[in-house]
Each structure stands twice: as structure tokens, then as C-alpha cells.
Design a protein around this ligand. Structure first.
Ligand SMILES: Nc1nc2c(ncn2[C@@H]2O[C@H](COP(=O)(O)OP(=O)(O)OP(=O)(O)O)[C@@H](O)[C@H]2O)c(=O)[nH]1
Ligand SMILES: [Mg+2]
Length: 697
């Protein structure tokens, strides 16, 4: 499609995309079915197969076989499930412990600690133990410890009517202090650098606070006076004595970066998929750290979370890194920027979700796709080896879950021309197959890259990049493409979602000393603020708990608000129950319920025999990953066939929504589909206690 022919850029979402499921040759997965597809569905419901149905069933079977070709060597079902459960369980624990957080001071990044409200026991080293006026009921009587250059505490005797040059200097200093405190700083007014608290008179104090406000404005920060004390004879007094020296004042002011402006960034999440050793982590590392790879695994080291990953060279957990672009398409990464300056300078933030290529970690990878709600997926292929290993399975997943994808053929520095051609032709064939129906579009120029960003959004073609993370060949094409990519939600849909009451889906649970339980996840609707009162649930006993948000961190920096579409971490004032991935946190105005049983229209991608009642599999739907059992089937089906199935969550009632896309697997068995009905267990809130009652919908 030429540029002039390209469809007008318009509101597009996954359901509108013709980015159809693997079975869409049959039309079962399309939301608006064509006449032929309706007939097809009808025939299935009536269990009467027409010639056309048989034909389409066969097509689907072939596709399923094609997609399953490379996993035929899988180890036996039982062993694999056991292995995966073990590996996933251990990974889960490790991920939960380490996700999103690294040790302060590690690398160039300023990462790490949580502040909960104004509890500074958990603050970075610069702040700890150095809290001044308001850290106890009894502030120090006459002096504070001397000011230190590092850290986020600044002493100022007074800030009265500064000249513009002086104000500029003060603003620079405040930005530095804020950076030191990861977005928070303390100003002690009326205090000398050596800590002596002489105080200032009322007029100078008011004027100093005004200057602080002006400085805050320029730093995009808010100020709060935490404590003000009276000082007489250089001593803090609770009751100023009459007739003594003039009363002077000292104050402690908390400065916090707001980062609150609406839609400051466009957030995009890209999941990295592809076979083991394809070069996913390397590509993420090169893009986000601006340093080419050496061909022996140097660039991927920035992405690894665990020692065993460094030792084995394989990703086993989900890690995230960010890359920023400003409105002019200039790129901001860790090469020359701190995380804060990337966020300051960028208008678009791309978060790469690096996933594991190994079959052993497939559960974690599928969860990365379902629970982390990526906007796009990048399927990375080693040009030299072509479409081997888990590639087809990962492509199948993006199609099944309707995640628009693009292809990156890496390592072209090591592949002779013949192999490059072979790989491109393999890709072209699989992308134009009826299962995918998104022809390849090889990107050769910046203009192509621009067009490719539109094509992937509309779902008309699949962009294909050929590049090397070692020589950097064609890397600018991919960077240009990334700078032009748009969110899959249209502006209207986004506005609607932003205006709705808040909802947050939990994709990770951390336990941190001090703040306690931290929930990470995506704000799917509305805006969450500090101190927001929300309902968290369902817990395993189907109850919901009312919780109050203590602090919000986004991209490892403190925030006051988190808006729809942002991935954030939340700490709470009153959360001491065991939480799990897949829970939701929502406004009290939403219904609180859990789901015990649900119905879905499924398509069986692969199964060794007939699918029967009683079969168990791991279900991935939205943020949920739980074992389900088949309670009912409208007919017994085999590979490449569809059925209406009734499922039951095996461990505990969980969440499911009508219309949600699902994927299930057990060993070699794989299937996908859409939820069509749910049986709810309603949870009523009575103060903080909940009453549970059964309601059938
Ligand atoms: N020569 C060359 N080597 C590359 C290129 N990209 C990656 N590599 C190397 O390929 C190896 C595997 O790269 P990774 O990034 O770990 O692969 P991965 O896809 O993340 O693998 P898993 O995490 O196991 O799924 C590393 O040794 C990289 O240095 C490239 O463009 N050229
Ligand atoms: Mg990797």
C-alpha cells in the first residue's frame, strides 16, 4: 500500500482491527461476523456440519498444525506442566521480590525506594536519620546537624526577594535536591548551613515561603509546610516568653515533584517476543541504553534481574525498560540521561516488556502478554536460524490475544544474503497465511518506517525490520518507527476511560520493608490519587477490602496521581492481607464480585485427542492465571474445532469479564477464545466487613 493510499488515521482498537484470531478463517473470533461467518457459527451451534464448515474446519486444522509444528518435540505433558509450575513458581517469587526495583545507586539510574506518606524511615540514604524539625514530637532545641552536600535536604536562612539570577540559581539547586530525593526534597528555612537555628522574623519567613513557591513552580513541584517552630534566643520554644527577644521562626517544607499534568506522556507498552537467543533482551538493552552490543551478550546485562539469568544468558522473568521521545522525535535513553531527565524531556514513553523465549518459561511469557496489557508486540527473529523454536507459538499468541505486532530480524551482521532472503521469505509466507492475514512490509527507509507505524496501527500490514544490534545497521529505522507509533486506543476512547471512576489491575505483588505490600499494575480506567479510597479484591475468600493509597510511583519516581494507561506501583496505609496477581483495585462505585464459573466460545488450537468434560488447563485471561476445569461442552471437539465451553476456576473464584480474550494450555493442549457469560459471586461491603452472597447472572 502506498502512502497516499493509506487509510486515514483513525480511531482504532483491537476489536476494530482486522487483526483476527488464528481461527478467523472461520470467523468465529471476529466480533462482527460476516454473513458467511454467521452461517458458519449457526451450523456449529446446531452441530450440523455443512460442506463449507468442513472446508473451514480443515483450514483451521491445517493452521493449527502449522503453528504447532515446532512444538511437536515438547516433553511429555505431565513432566512439562510440573517443570513449568516449578519454574514459574520460583520465578514468580523472584519477580515479585525484585520487579521494578533495583538497589539505590545501582548503575546510572536513580532507582528504588518508596516513601509512604511522610514516613522517611524508608527513604533513600540521603534522607534517612536526618529528618529535622518534624521527625519527632520534640524538635531539636537549638541546632540541627550541619547541612550535607549530597542528599535532598537544603538549609536556607532566608529566601527574601531574590534577584532573577539568584532565583535561577535557587531553582537549579532545588532541581538537584529533588533529583537526589527521587522527586522529594526538604527545605529547612531559618537555619544556617552549620545547622544553627537562628530563625527569621515573621515577614522574612512569609517572604521566604513565597520564594519557595515560585521556585517550586519552575521545578514543577508542590510545597507543603510540615512544621513551623518559634525560636527565641536561638532556642526552639513551645511558648514564646513575653518581654524576651523578638520571636523568630524556623520551618520545614516538603517539596515534591508533581508530575501530575494530564497526559504529559503518551505511554506505550511493547512486549518483546521470539525464540530463545533471538536477541530480544539485547535489542531492548541497545535501544534503552544507547550502546551497541558486542555479540557476546553485553547489552542484555542491563535487563537481567537475577544471577541465574546472567549466568545462563537467558531471560526467565519479566523486566521493563523505558525509552523516551520528544515531540520532534528526538530519542532519550540512559546513554546520557537519568530516568528523571528522560521523563522530563519526553512526550512519549515506550516501555519494553522483555519476555522469555524459552519454552520452559512460556507461562511467564503468556502472562506478560495477558497480564501486562501491551499495546504492541515485537517478534524478534534470529535471521541466521529463521523461524524456529517458539516463534510460531508466540506469533499465534499475538494473533489469539489480538496484540498488533511487528517483526524484527536481528543479527543480520552474521547472516549471509542467502539466509536473509530465506528468512524474509519465510516471514512473508507465514504473515500472509489465512491464520494471520497481515502481509509483511519490509522497512527499508525512514519514509517506510513512518508508513509502517500507520500500518501496524490499522492492522493492514506487519512491518518487518532487518537490523543488527552489533553494527547498528538499520537501527535508526526501528527508532524512527518507535517514535511514530501511536496508542491503540483512540483519543476518544482514552478520554472516556480517563473520565471513568478509577480501576487498576494488579500484575505484581511486592513485599517491601517499611511500606509493606506494594501492588504493581496498570491503571485501566480513571485516575488514582494519593489518599484515594478504593476497593481491593477479590481475595481468595471472595471478599474485597477497602484500602487507602499511601503513595504512587511511576517509572520509579513518586507521583501524586496515576492516570489511565499508566503502569504504576502503589503502597497502602492499611493493607496486611495476602494479595495476588490478577486482583483489581477499583472505585467504590463499581460492583464488587468474583466469578466462579464462566462460559466461553473457544477454538482448540491443539489437542492430542477429543477435548472432554473434566479436562483441566491453566487459563490466562486479563491478569488472571489460574487452573480451570471444563464443566460442560456443547460437543466434544478436537484440534481445529470450536465449541461452547463451561469452565470453573479450580482454586478459588477469580475475576473474568464478558468479552475478555482468553488463552489456555496444558502441556500440548492449547486453546483460545472469548468469554461469553459469567456466574458472579457478589461481595457486599458493610463498613470494612463484607458479606458474601451468591447471585446468578
Ligand atoms: N552478532 C550479533 N549478535 C547478537 C545480535 N543481537 C543479539 N546478539 C547476541 O545474541 C545472543 C542472545 O541474545 P539475547 O538478547 O540474550 O537473546 P534473547 O532473545 O533475549 O534470549 P532469551 O532471553 O533466552 O529468550 C547474545 O549473545 C547477543 O550478544 C546481533 O544483532 N548481532
Ligand atoms: Mg532475553
Amino acid at each position: 500500500m502506498s502512502r497516499s493510499q493509506s487509510p486515514k488515521r483513525m480511531c482504532t482498537n483491537r476489536s476494530q482491527n482486522s487483526f483476527i484470531g488464528l481461527v478467523n478463517t472461520e470467523g468465529a473470533e471476529e466480533e462482527s461476523l460476516s454473513t458467511t461467518e454467521e452461517e458458519d457459527n449457526q451450523a456449529i451451534c446446531n452441530s450440523e456440519l455443512t460442506t463449507k464448515d468442513i472446508k473451514t474446519e480443515l483450514t483451521a486444522k491445517d493452521i493449527a498444525k502449522e503453528l504447532a509444528k515446532d512444538i511437536a518435540t515438547e516433553i511429555s505433558e505431565t513432566k512439562e506442566v510440573k517443570d513449568q509450575q516449578e519454574s514459574d513458581d520460583s520465578i514468580g517469587t523472584e519477580v515479585e521480590k525484585t520487579m521494578e526495583y533495583r538497589k539505590p545507586g545501582q548503575g546510572k539510574k536513580n532507582l528504588g525506594c518508596f516513601f509512604v506518606g511522610t514516613d522517611y524511615n524508608t527513604s533513600p540514604p540521603g534522607m534517612r536519620g536526618n529528618r529535622l524539625l518534624s521527625n519527632s514530637e520534640q524538635p531539636p532545641e537549638s541546632e540541627l546537624p550541619p547541612e550535607v552536600e549530597e542528599g535532598n535536604i537544603e538549609y536556607k536562612l532566608k529566601l527574601v526577594n531574590p534577584t532573577s539570577a539568584r532565583l535561577e540559581h535557587l531553582v537549579t539547586q532545588m532541581k538537584w535536591r529533588l533529583r537526589e530525593g527521587q522527586g522529594e526534597a526538604l527545605y529547612e528555612i531559618g537555619v544556617h548551613d552549620n545547622g544553627q537555628m537562628t530563625g527569621v522574623n515573621r515577614g522574612d519567613m512569609d517572604s521566604s515561603l513565597e520564594t519557595l513557591l515560585a521556585m517550586c513552580k519552575q521545578c514543577d513541584a508542590d510545597s507543603t509546610v510540615l512544621k513551623e517552630c518559634a525560636v527565641q534566643n536561638n532556642t526552639v520554644v513551645t511558648e514564646p516568653a513575653e518581654g524576651e527577644e523578638e520571636v523568630r521562626y524556623v520551618a520545614e517544607v516538603l517539596i515534591r515533584r508533581s508530575h501530575d499534568e494530564a497526559n504529559k506522556w503518551t505511554d506505550l507498552r511493547i512486549a518483546m517476543l521470539g525464540n530463545v537467543d533471538a536477541g530480544k533482551s539485547t535489542l531492548c538493552g541497545v535501544l534503552t541504553h544507547g550502546e551497541l552490543d558486542n555479540g557476546s551478550g553485553k547489552a542484555r546485562l542491563n535487563l537481567f534481574r537475577h544471577l541465574h539469568e546472567i549466568q545462563s544468558g537467558h531471560t526467565s522473568s519479566i523486566s521493563r525498560e523505558i525509552l523516551g521521545f520528544d515531540q520532534r522525535g528526538r530519542m532519550f535513553n540512559y546513554e546520557n540521561h537519568s530516568i528523571e531527565s528522560i521523563l522530563d524531556s519526553s512526550s512519549k514513553i515506550i516501555t519494553f516488556i522483555d519476555l522469555a523465549g524459552s519454552q520452559k518459561y512460556l507461562k511467564t511469557t503468556v502472562f506478560g502478554l495477558t497480564g501486562h496489557s501491551p499495546d504492541y508486540a515485537a517478534l524478534v527473529v534470529n535471521t541466521k536460524t529463521g523461524l524456529v523454536g517458539t516463534f510460531r507459538e508466540h506469533l499465534g499468541l499475538t494473533v489469539a490475544l489480538r496484540v498488533p505486532c511487528f517483526i524484527v530480524l536481528t543479527k543480520i551482521d552474521t547472516a549471509p544474503n542467502a539466509l536473509k532472503k530465506r528468512c524474509v521469505s519465510q516471514i512473508e509466507n507465514i504473515l500472509k497465511s489465512p491464520a494471520v492475514k497481515r502481509p509483511a512490509f519490509v522497512v527499508n527507509s525512514l519514509a517506510d518506517a513512518e508508513q509502517a507505524a500507520l500500518d501496524v496501527l490499522h492492522g493492514s500490514r506487519t512491518p518487518v525490520f532487518l537490523l543488527s544490534a552489533v553494527t547498528g545497521e538499520n537501527l535508526p529505522l526501528l527508532q524512527h518507527f518507535l517514535s511514530r507509533m501511536s496508542p491503540t486506543l483512540s483519543a476518544g476512547e482514552r478520554e472516556k476511560a480517563t473520565a471513568a471512576p478509577p480501576k487498576f489491575s494488579v500484575d505484581g505483588v511486592l513485599s517491601v520493608t517499611g511500606p509493606g505490600t506494594i501492588l504493581t499494575g496498570l491503571v485501566t480506567r480513571g485516575t488514582i490519587r494519593e489518599d484515594s479510597e478504593l476497593m481491593l479484591g477479590p481475595f481468595e475468600d471472595t471478599t474485597y477490602q477497602r484500602v487507602r493509597v499511601a503513595s504512587i510511583h511511576c517509572n520509579r519516581l513518586p507521583r501524586r496521581v496515576a492516570k489511565c494507561g499508566q503502569s504504576v506501583s502503589l503502597a497502602f496505609h492499611n493493607l496486611d492481607r495476602v494479595c495476588r496477581k490478577g486482583m483489581i483495585l477499583q472505585s467504590c462505585s463499581y460492583e464488587c464480585y468474583s466469578v466462579e464459573e464462566f462460559e466461553a466460545e473457544i477454538f482448540l488450537l491443539q489437542h492430542p485427542s477429543k477435548l472432554r468434560i473434566g479436562f483441566e488447563a491453566t487459563m490466562f485471561v486479563e491478569g488472571i492465571r489460574q487452573k480451570v476445569e471444563i464443566l460442560g461442552l456443547d460437543k466434544n471437539i478436537t484440534t481445529g474445532q470450536r465449541a461452547k465451553v463451561k469452565f470453573k476456576f479450580v482454586q478459588y473464584p477469580d475475576l473474568a469479564t464478558v468479552g475478555a480474550r482468553l488463552f489456555f494450555r496444558n502441556g500440548r493442549t492449547k486453546g483460545m477464545g472469548t468469554i461469553t457469560a459469567i456466574k458472579k459471586i457478589q461481595a457486599l461491603v458493610v463498613d470494612d466487613e463484607l458479606e458474601v452472597e451468591d447471585l446468578e447472572i
